[in-house]
Design a protein around this ligand. Structure first.
Ligand SMILES: *Cc1c(COP(=O)(O)O)cnc(C)c1O
Length: 468
């Protein structure tokens, strides 16, 4: 017993000091790449770990190589950013947890250009004096949608809040019971309404609401007639819904603004692809709705933002609400929006340039081709792992188009020695992380959301995951 204690004391005494370690070639190299504070902390932590292991009898030699490896690993871990890119192999194109819309190259280039120097964010170049940041997106939104005026705020939740707060604070907002939805991530229509100071007036039933349900409760305290897109769920069967034209006409007749929270909102007509059978934003504008709100980072495929389209007098009133300042978007968002929207001036270009549209509308044969490429590469690197190409379905996500499942192709694999949950987490811990699905005890990699340039990275990541 006492000899073991003496061995431990000897080992502890043999450990290098912090200063000695910092002077070694390995640490000097680390110091050229990383902040001194991070390297210093890594050295201290690695030494503390070594001491604990020696005292616990789990380390019987001082292995300098292992110590340096530990220091390098700890430094790299501490130096890595918290928010980082990853590979989405789930097939869900608008995955809210994975950053929703991937930006177009055009949007990224414009963001970099605007961020790298000064800009006319709030400067009127013609007049040579102070201007307004809201002007940059107004004309392109008007041109694309046909709306009279437009305003973009931080997200759609903020857009809805701002409208309710401006037009219905202390007044009633009439909503169908079938539309009092929760969108996930804590956006609940009744809660947003309460926070805005508007008073909720529910009409109709969950499955049926008629026009007379609205008209019956209208009075001088009515601030808004609100329609909310059901987004992530559908009521099917014995149902009745008031059309947007009927609601718009009622509002006009009574002099009460009609608002539609469209949620996802598509500027691109997907009906010819047989997948999204709802009217486009442009059609809803033509139907005569006074205020329309929708997200920038759902089907539109741009940055996070809440787009508000509508009558000029109403948009003016929104801009005068002090809360508009709290919800204003920054220059990077404006830059990304303007570039993304410019692709929509030509629908074919939008389909080609905007990754969200591209991933949703690509022919399934194209996904199949990518799956085959992935399969070939994987099979070569991992000849002993059981895998096959399978037909499957992916979802749009982001509360968009919940009833549509999109035919896709996946690589389904099963490792004889690594449990599927373990394999999934090894991929998640990799650099970069790869997020996969698990189904029927198989690991699924959906080729819909894996970009061509990511195929080789996925192959490398899987090879690493299977060897670690
Ligand atoms: C997604 C959604 C929202 C919230 O939009 P964000 O841009 O995420 O704030 C609000 N309403 C509806 C109907 C939605 O689908």
């Amino acid at each position: 017993m006492s000899s073991t204690t003496r061995d431990k004391q000897g080992l502890l005494a043999g450990l290098p000091s912090v200063d000695e370690l910092l002077k070694t070639a390995a640490c000097v190299t680390l110091l050229t790449e990383h902040p001194r504070s991070l390297v210093l902390q890594a050295v201290r932590d690695a030494l503390a770990q070594a001491r604990t292991e020696i005292l616990g009898g789990r380390r019987e030699t001082i292995d300098a190589e292992a110590l340096f490896a530990e220091i390098a690993l700890r430094t790299a871990h501490a130096a890595s950013y918290s928010l980082r890119p990853l590979i989405n192999a789930t097939g869900i194109v608008l995955h809210t947890n994975l950053g929703r819309a991937v930006f177009s190259d055009r949007a990224v280039r414009n963001m970099v250009a605007v961020a790298s120097g000064y800009s006319n964010l709030e400067y009127d170049l013609e007049e040579g004096r102070r201007g307004k940041r809201h002007v940059h997106l107004k004309s392109i939104l008007r041109r694309i949608t046909g709306a009279e005026d437009a305003l973009v705020v931080n997200n759609n939740a903020a857009a809805v809040f701002l409208c309710l707060n401006t037009f219905a604070k202390g007044r009633e907002v009439i909503v169908s019971r079938g539309e009092l939805v929760e969108i996930g991530g804590s956006f609940r229509v009744p809660d947003v309404m309460a926070a805005s100071g508007a008073i909720l007036r529910e009409v109709g039933t969950t499955n049926k609401t008629h026009l007379h349900d609205y008209s019956r409760v209208l009075h001088e305290q009515t601030g808004l007639l609100l329609k909310v897109h059901q987004s992530n769920y559908r009521i099917v069967g014995f149902t009745q819904d008031v059309t947007i034209e009927e609601l718009a006409a009622l509002g006009k007749q009574q002099g009460i603004p009609v608002m539609y929270d469209l949620g996802s909102g598509s500027l691109f007509d997907m009906r010819e692809y047989g997948i999204f059978t709802e009217p486009t934003v442009q059609e809803i504008v033509r139907a005569g709705i006074d205020l329309i709100t929708f997200s920038g980072d759902k089907l539109l495929g741009g940055p996070q933002g809440g787009i508000i389209l509508g009558r000029k007098d109403l948009i003016d009133a929104l801009q005068k609400n002090p809360m508009a300042r709290a919800f204003r978007i920054d220059k990077l968002t404006i830059a990304a929006f303007e570039a993304t929207l410019s692709s929509y001036l030509d629908p074919d270009r939008a389909k080609q340039e905007i990754p969200v549209l591209n991933m949703l509308l690509q022919p399934v044969s194209q996904i199949h081709a990518r799956a085959r490429k992935l399969f070939k590469g994987l099979k070569k690197r991992l000849p002993d792992v059981a895998m096959e190409i399978k037909k499957d379905v992916s979802q749009a996500g982001g509360g968009s188009i919940p009833e549509t499942s999109w035919e896709t192709y996946v690589i389904a694999m099963h490792h004889a020695n690594i449990a599927v949950n373990d394999l999934e987490s090894r991929l998640r811990f990799g650099t970069p992380s790869v997020i996969a699905r698990i189904k029927n005890d198989m690991l699924l990699l959906d080729a819909r959301t894996i970009a061509d340039r990511e195929i080789q990275i996925v192959i490398n990541s899987l090879a690493a995951a299977c060897s670690s």
